[in-house]
Design a protein around this ligand. Sequence first.
Ligand SMILES: Cc1ncc(COP(=O)(O)O)c(C=O)c1O
Length: 441
Amino acid sequence: MAGKMVFSCTICRKSAGNDLRFMSSWWNHVEPAPKDPILGVTEAFLADTSPNKVNVGVGAYRDDKGKPVVLECVRQAERRISGNEKMEYLPMGGSVKMVEETLKLAYGENSDLIKDKRIAGVQALSGTGACRLFADFQKRFRPESQIYIPTPTWANHLNIWRDAQVPQRTFHYYHPESRGLDFAALMDDVKNAPNGSFFLLHACAHNPTGVDPSEEQWKEISYQFKAKNHFAFFDMAYQGFASGDPERDARAIRIFLEDGHMIGCAQSYAKNMGLYGQRVGCLSIVCEDEKQAVAVKSQLQQIARPMYSNPPVHGALLVSTILSDPDLKKLWLKEVKVMADRIIGMRTALRESLEKLGSPLSWEHITNQIGMFCYSGMSPEQVDRLTQEFHIYMTRNGRISMAGVTTGNVGYLANAIHEVSFVGGQKLYLAIKVTSLFSFL
Ligand SMILES: Cc1ncc(COP(=O)(O)O)c(C=O)c1O
């Protein structure tokens, strides 16, 4: 087809050879890709000149002045490694020290699985890279399998497993009416899936809904997974961001481990260490014994090798420096809690502001939900009004990034939400359409 295009063009025919116009015809058929929903929101926000503009679309932590934050523990680690850092390649599996420390966060400081060397763990390009590596591994070694993904989920999950060519199924998760978990439907889907299915679970602070199962519900889910011999792949992008305590936020994983599940887990330091652009994370897979773990790890490395050869060194060094030093680790834990507490405080402030405005609607879900996001229940049309009339930017699924809410803008935000929650003064609340849940980040 490319050859046909080349010779139908007179310019190309005359000057075929080194002419750039000839070369350009190779890509004439390439259409611009659709805009990424979240990056589109940020672009629109940046282009807006209003002094009142507010960005609650971006999934990155901001301080109470709306500014990006570099943690003090990271600054201190940077000073320690400055001048000593080598620029050599890491092994294909990444920094052994960083992986060791990271596994302790997910599996527990005194985990027998770690002692028995039963976990295949490799450094990954943050949480996204960890998920992708797993999806490719799943395709290569369980080519017949599918992945069950919650409705809704972080939109990139769909891209990741699609590009790894793993067929996708969905399972019920969010209940729009209660703005909580649809536990009964979730359990039905778990029971009805073929034995031995792969499920993607958010370990804590579910994105975009902010709705997590309770401890009791996790226990029931784990029990049913055992009965059905399902595989649980945990995406843990927000450890520490839900409760302020990384140990507590690993509870779901620990419940599954107590029940003897051989899980997979993606970890990220983007949010909880603020290392967004460093792209540092970890993929781990629990194996039957050390021999199997060695084999699995070697295959994960084989998948990484032709994609990026080996992962970047700087972020891994920051993480291993922080987590292997008791003082820096203590400082990190304190700083994670400060971030989580600020978000929890803003949830209360937003809910109280809406209630003070006399909104007859229930805003309880703002404080019931957990983590970085509040799934407000606003419809895409209501979100459009927020943007057009109030210069407030968020994804059209009504997801508010609580990290962008500050003491300075919470009143303005509440007032705007109150305004758009009513249609023509008729106090008619537009419920979110379930069909729109999947389309956005
Ligand atoms: C649920 C979930 N998983 C994974 C990620 C991956 O983030 P990163 O690749 O920056 O670690 C995110 C980021 O928004 C997320 O929300």
